[in-house]
Every structure is written in structure tokens, then in C-alpha cells.
Design a protein. Structure first.
Length: 317
């Protein structure tokens, strides 16, 4: 039998996400919250090139103006952790050098770190010719972060559990977004903790993340490809907490409404604000209206897009 030629380097790409719906249930004993969420993958991406090496190392650069200051280059780096975990579980000898090109804002609530892990898993799986498949990589990825399985699968999906159990959702049309990146990041654990604190202060019973009316409204809008209906159905239980920690987000949401967006919400734990538009030209008009005040922080994006995949493989000589 002929064995496949060894790869010298593999580049993989994984997408950012926006949460169209994020219902947060009670805090669990393991420190996570039960979620009911609808993810959509957007065409902002992380590219990871895995090159055969003796040890394990990572370098990071920003693409399209993404500021990578503060991204760790040690074993806290999610791409590096993904490569180490895959090598350990698959019994790979030797190492890898990872070169990460970040097109997703850092600590922005768009799963940039999880996309790094997803792209690293796919790139290393191909480099080492493990052929593990998306489901096995997703199980490994879930150990690294709740959003990693979605970044592997992409498109549009309902997530339950920690957000890592996925069911695909039918989506009729592309949806057009305007993203407003924040000047600073927000820590995901801090936003969940603030959500718990606000709930305790309010004294209201904590709702279950229960796949009810709100999910049906989002699914119907996606199936119909109806941006106005989707705009009316967008909801994020973490938004109040994100706005409490970063009060300027309320102003960004108001600016989006004034610029004519159909609707807006904080993406995941924030602080990126995602504004929904009716079409690509409408997204460009909303972005143009926001740019005089917000400049380079304004981007347009489209979803859904596929999950993590190999872009290029260079054979060993
Ligand atoms: O899994 P990930 O590393 O993305 O999660 C970061 C933090 O966000 C967790 O440690 C937890 O504090 C919070 N989180 C949560 N419930 C979830 C997902 C994340 O409380 N379902």
C-alpha cells in the first residue's frame, strides 16, 4: 500500500462567530453555565500554519488591523494548547511550529481564541496525517473551550450544554452584518460573573436556557432568510452584564440604531457589537454612517460560512 506523502506545512482557516441568541441558565457546579445559543460563523477568520518542527512553538500576527498585543505565546495560547493536546492524545512524536494570523478581534466575544484552537487542530491533524474527522476533533476542542466545536463545524448551529453540543440550523440566505470592535477586550469569565451578580441583585428567579419561544423565532427567521424577522428575534442574556462592565457599549448600540441597522446586540460576552443589515449594500451604508465617529473599528461581515478547513498543504521534499 502506498502511504500518503508527508506534509511539511499545512495552513487551516477557522471562522469567527456571532451569537444570534444567547440564553444563559443557572451557574453549574463545574463553573460553567448551561446555555442555549444560536451561533453563526462569519467571514472573519483565523489562519494557522502548522510547520513540522522538533519542539512546540507559536508566533502571532494581526491581519486587517487586529491588535494582537497581549496574546500569550506560552502554553496559555489556545492554538499551542490544541497542538499539544492533539499530539499527546494521538501519540505523535516530534513537534510543530504554529504561525497564527489573526483576523478576529482579540477578547471581542467572537471566539477568536477558539477559532485559533479549531484551525490548529485541523492543521495539525492534516500535518500529522491523523484523519481524525470533525467529531473527534470537536471532542478534543471542547476540552479547550466551549466555542471550539462550533468553530470546527461552522455555518449556523444551535449550541446547548456549555454551548459545545451542536445541531445545525437550516439557513436560507446570507446575512449581512456590521461589526463595531471595541477599544478594549472583556474577559468572558468576568462577564458571566457580572451576569450572576446582576441576577442576584435583582432577586428574580434565574431562567432555564430552555429552547423555547425565542429559539423558534430565530429558527423561523433563518429558515425564511428574513433579516427583519431575525433582527426582531436577536437576544443576548449577557448584554446587560457586558454593558455594565463597559458602559460605552450602550452608546455603540444606540449609534447603530441611529445609523439605520435593523437591530444590534453585543456579540457573546462582548465587547464587539454586531449590527444586522437588510442586504450587503445596506451594511455598507450603515458602516459608512458609523465610520466618521468610529473609524477603523467598523467592519462589515457576512455569514454563515463553513467551519475550519485546510487551505493549503505543502509536501515535504
Ligand atoms: O470555555 P471557555 O474557555 O470559552 O469559557 C471561558 C469562561 O467563560 C469559563 O471559564 C466560564 O467562566 C465562562 N463560561 C460559562 N458558561 C459557558 C461558557 C463559558 O460560565 N457555557
Amino acid at each position: 500500500m502506498l502511504s500518503a506523502p508527508a506534509q511539511a506545512a499545512v495552513t487551516a482557516r477557522a471562522p469567527a462567530k456571532v451569537n444570534l441568541l444567547l440564553e444563559v441558565g443557572p451557574l453549574r457546579d463545574d463553573g460553567y453555565h448551561d446555555l442555549l445559543t444560536v451561533f453563526q460563523a462569519l467571514d472573519l477568520a483565523e489562519d494557522v500554519t502548522a510547520t513540522a518542527a522538533d519542539g512546540f512553538s507559536v508566533e502571532v500576527e494581526g491581519a486587517g488591523g487586529v491588535d494582537v498585543t497581549g496574546v500569550p505565546l506560552d502554553e496559555r495560547n489556545l492554538a499551542l494548547r490544541a497542538a499539544l493536546l492533539l499530539a499527546e492524545r494521538a501519540g505523535v512524536r516530534g513537534g510543530v511550529h504554529l504561525s497564527v494570523r489573526k483576523g478576529v478581534p482579540v477578547a471581542g466575544g467572537m471566539a477568536g481564541g477558539s477559532a485559533d484552537a479549531a484551525a490548529a487542530l485541523v492543521a495539525c491533524d492534516a500535518l500529522w496525517q491523523l484523519h481524525l474527522g470533525l467529531d473527534a476533533l470537536g471532542e478534543l476542542g471542547a476540552e479547550l473551550g466551549a466555542d471550539v466545536p462550533f468553530c470546527l463545524h461552522g455555518r449556523t448551529a444551535v449550541g446547548t450544554g456549555r454551548g459545545d453540543r451542536l445541531v445545525p440550523v437550516l439557513t436560507a440566505a446570507p446575512f449581512h452584518w456590521v461589526l463595531v470592535l471595541a477599544g478594549r477586550g472583556l474577559s468572558t469569565p468576568a462577564v458571566f460573573a457580572e451576569c450572576d451578580r446582576l441576577r442576584e441583585v435583582s432577586g428574580a428567579p434565574v431562567p432555564e436556557a430552555d429552547a423555547g419561544e425565542r429559539l423558534r423565532a430565530v429558527e423561523a427567521a433563518l429558515r425564511a432568510g428574513d433579516p427583519a424577522a431575525l433582527g426582531a428575534a436577536l437576544a443576548n442574556d449577557l448584554q446587560e452584564a457586558a454593558c455594565s462592565l463597559a458602559p460605552e457599549l450602550s452608546g455603540t448600540l444606540a449609534a447603530g440604531a441611529a445609523a439605520g441597522a435593523l437591530a444590534g446586540l453585543v456579540s457573546g460576552s462582548g465587547p464587539t457589537v454586531a449590527l444586522l443589515a437588510a442586504s450587503a449594500p445596506h451594511a455598507r451604508r450603515v458602516a459608512a454612517a458609523l465610520r466618521p465617529a468610529l473609524g477603523e473599528r467598523v467592519r462589515t461581515a457576512t455569514g454563515p460560512v463553513p467551519g475550519a478547513r485546510v487551505l493549503e498543504a505543502v509536501r515535504a521534499r
